[in-house]
Design a protein. Structure first.
Ligand code: ATP
Ligand code: MG
Length: 246
C-alpha cells in the first residue's frame, strides 16, 4: 500500500485557539481508519481541512501518487480529485426514489470513462443495482427517499458518494441515531467500501469502532495522542485519562 493522504505539521487557529496543533498522520490507499477522541479534539476540523473548507495556518496536506498539495486546490477541485465527504445530516432528494437518487449521483460521475465513452442505460441500471446491493437498499429502490428510515437515508447518501467513485471517503459519526441493526449494516458497508478506496470514519461509539476492526487514530487537542489497533490505543494511559476514563 502506498500513501494516499499525508497531513504534516498542520495547525489551525480560530480566534487564537489552536483547534489543530502540529497534526501529522498518513492514510494509505484502500485502508479503513477510525478517528476517535474527545469532543473538540479537532476531528471534524481535520475533515474540513482535507476537503478545503478550512485552510490551515501552517503545514502541508499532500495527496495521491503525484504528491499534489490539496491546500492549493478549491473545494470543488478537491472533490474532483477524489475526496468524498459524508456529512452528518443526509442530503438526499426526498421526493425522488432511491433509484433516481443513485441515478443522479451516477450522472455526476467524475471518472474519465463517463466523459470519453457513451454509457448505455443498461450499464447505468446495472451500476445502480450493484450500488443498491452495496448499501443494503435493494428492496427499497422504488421507494421515495423521504420514506426511508434515518439509517437508510445515511446509506443512500453513502451510495451516492460511492457513485462518484472517490479515492478517499470521509465519514463523520455515521452511527449517530441508528438502531443497533443499522449500525451493524453500516460497518459492513464501510468495510466493503474500504476494499477499493480509503475510508476514514470519525466515531464516538466504541462498539462500532471495534466492529470496524481497523487501525485507530486518537486525536486530542488537535494532535495525534495514540495510534494503532483499538486494543493498543485503549490500553494507552493517556487515552484512558483524556477520553475513555471520563
Ligand atoms: N469555524 C470555527 N470557528 C471557531 N471555532 C471552531 C470552528 N470549527 C471548530 N472550532 C473549534 O475547534 C475545536 C475543534 O472542533 P471540532 O469540531 O473539530 O471537534 P471534534 O473533534 O469534531 O468534536 P466532536 O466530537 O464534538 O464533534 C473546538 O473547540 C471547536 O469549538
Ligand atoms: Mg465533530
Amino acid at each position: 500500500m502506498s500513501t494516499l493522504l499525508e497531513v504534516s505539521g498542520v495547525s489551525v487557529s480560530f480566534d487564537g485557539f489552536k483547534a489543530i496543533n502540529n497534526l501529522s498522520f498518513q492514510i494509505a490507499d484502500a485502508e479503513l481508519r477510525a478517528i476517535i477522541g474527545p469532543n473538540g479534539a479537532g476531528k471534524t476540523t481535520f475533515m474540513d481541512i482535507v476537503t478545503g473548507k478550512t485552510r490551515p495556518n501552517e503545514g502541508r496536506v499532500i495527496w495521491g501518487d503525484k504528491s499534489v498539495s490539496l491546500l492549493k486546490m478549491s473545494e470543488s477541485q478537491i472533490a474532483r480529485a477524489g475526496v468524498g465527504r459524508k456529512f452528518q445530516r443526509p442530503t438526499v432528494f426526498e421526493d425522488q426514489t432511491v433509484r433516481e437518487n443513485l441515478a443522479m449521483a451516477l450522472r455526476n460521475d467524475r471518472s474519465p470513462w463517463a466523459v470519453l465513452f457513451y454509457k448505455k442505460t443498461t450499464d447505468g441500471a446495472a451500476r445502480i443495482e450493484a450500488l443498491a446491493d452495496e448499501i443494503n437498499l435493494t428492496a427499497q429502490l422504488t421507494r421515495k427517499a423521504g420514506e426511508l428510515s434515518h439509517g437508510q437515508k445515511q446509506w443512500l447518501e453513502i451510495g451516492m458518494l460511492l457513485a462518484q467513485d472517490p479515492k478517499l471517503l470521509l465519514v463523520d459519526e455515521p452511527a449517530a441515531g441508528m438502531t443497533p441493526a443499522e449500525r451493524d449494516h453500516t460497518t459492513d458497508i464501510l468495510k466493503e467500501a474500504a476494499k477499493t478506496r480509503a475510508v476514514v470514519v470519525v466515531e464516538h461509539d466504541m462498539d462500532f469502532v471495534e466492529k470496524l476492526n481497523c487501525k485507530v487514530t486518537v486525536l486530542h487537542e488537535g494532535s495525534v495522542l495514540a495510534e494503532g489497533s483499538l486494543a493498543h490505543v485503549t490500553a494507552n494511559k493517556d487515552v484512558i485519562d483524556v477520553y475513555l476514563g471520563r
